[in-house]
Design a protein. Structure first.
Lengths: 181, 241
């Protein structure tokens, strides 16, 4: 039986209700715990990762929801009680910064350490997939980084006092590379 | 199976990044085409969830925000269906998250100031897992249509937002479910950003009288499809072994 994938639709401006309820102002009441808030960064180099998304006019996008998926420090994708590999944060409704407390990933196979980033928001019809690479790692042999060619710089985070920060530009000059995976 | 890549996504089936009539896309749609990349372990894997991650009332929006003994206002409905991949295989054990406006078309969200009142007994947030046959189900109330700022007189059809996880992050999907017979479906710029009527039809839930519980609650059926595995590569691998 051949079926077609369900078409995507925007997550809309109220995505927080379903995926990051505290940002919506929703009290927990009868619901279970929110998912993705706490990545349990234990057993490796703890870093904060600040992600900020900008639109085509350079204005911060303050209603996005961002998910990350990454290898652990050992380069493996094996969620456990020590580290969850998956995290989810809303862009702050006033500053636009989505902050993750995570562990720095290790290299896996021929891939340099990297983090998959998935962005949904009002005005985004199909979730956007990109990657973050690290400026203090050797990315020269990573096949996906190489694919981005001269735009690969848009995938590089910058170092901060507590970890890394990364700017994602949805449109225009220095537009971030988004992947068809 | 985990190593078998997913089928390429048919981007012409999904709404394009830039939709002229949906104004929020104008400054948020990338101008560059998506860069095709091979799937790696990163995209073939993804987070897993279990019933233990959910609360006992997560699949019941009628009561999960209500005061003891009370229920949300609005027509009571069950939403149910099967999560499959493009090869028709049920996808068991996957997390589905839903969110929606109340019966008056108002969201319980700090940024929603629509005239319709909040319902003290309705939060609008729910979650469930697909069972061994890929089936999911939750109870809620029929959401109301509401106006939204898009430069004109635009009203959203009644809808429920769905967030769906698959086996790998490449299958991650967020979409919206609409209700059979709603005249706003044909008028909505967000719905109509989907290129074909055939594709739009896949997002329209059908009244399901068989699952309706007499004198209690009506049911709507909404089946969801995630990307399938790339059979050509799998067969080639088999031939090679």
């Amino acid at each position: 039986m051949a079926l077609k994938e369900s078409p995507s639709q925007t997550a809309g401006p109220y995505v927080h209700i379903g995926c990051a309820p505290k940002a919506a102002g929703l009290e927990p009441r009868g619901m279970g715990e929110p998912l993705g808030e706490n990545m349990v960064p234990v057993g490796g180099e703890r870093v904060t990762l600040d992600i900020k998304v900008f639109d085509g006019e350079g204005a911060p996008v303050k209603d996005a929801l961002i998910e990350i998926w990454q290898a652990g420090p050992d380069g493996r994708y094996a969620p456990s009680s020590r580290f969850q590999n998956w995290g989810r944060q809303p862009s702050d409704l006033s500053t636009g910064v989505a902050q993750f407390k995570t562990l720095k990933p290790g290299a896996s196979g021929d891939q340099a350490p990297h983090i998959l980033v998935w962005i949904v928001a009002r005005g985004i019809n199909l979730g956007l997939t990109t990657r973050i690479y690290f400026p203090d790692e050797d990315n020269s042999t990573d096949p996906v980084f190489a694919l981005a060619g001269e735009r690969a710089e848009t995938l590089l985070a910058i170092q901060t006092d507590t970890g890394y920060a990364h700017t994602i530009r949805l449109q225009g000059e220095n537009e971030t590379v988004f992947f068809d995976v | 199976m985990t190593d078998t890549p997913f089928k390429p996504r048919d981007l012409s089936w999904h709404p394009p990044a830039l939709s002229e009539r949906y104004r929020s896309t104008h400054l948020r749609a990338p101008r560059q085409p998506l860069l095709h990349m091979p799937q790696t372990e990163t995209e073939l894997t993804g987070p897993t969830f279990g019933q233990n991650d959910l609360g006992p009332l997560d699949d019941d929006l009628i009561t999960n925000y209500a005061a003891p003994g009370e229920t949300a206002q609005g027509p009571r409905i069950i939403i149910h269906g099967t999560l499959r991949d493009e090869d028709g295989r049920p996808v068991p054990g996957k997390l589905i998250e839903v969110w929606q406006a109340n019966a008056g078309g108002r969201y319980r969200h700090v940024n929603d100031g629509y005239l319709a009142p909040l319902d003290a007994n309705f939060g609008g947030c729910g979650r469930c897992m697909t069972d061994d046959e890929g089936h999911y189900s939750f109870r809620t109330i029929l959401p109301g249509p509401y106006p939204w700022p898009n430069g004109g007189n635009d009203w959203r059809p009644a809808h429920i937002h769905f967030s769906v996880f698959g086996d790998g992050f490449a299958q991650r999907l967020i979409t919206q479910m609409y209700f059979e017979g709603d005249p706003h479906i044909a008028l909505c710029p967000i719905v109509q950003s989907i290129p074909s009527d055939d594709a739009i039809d896949r997002l329209v839930a059908r009244l399901d009288m068989e699952r309706t519980i007499p004198m209690d609650i009506r049911a709507y059926r909404f089946d969801i499809v995630l990307r399938g595995r790339d059979a050509t590569i799998f067969e080639n691998q088999m031939e090679g072994t």
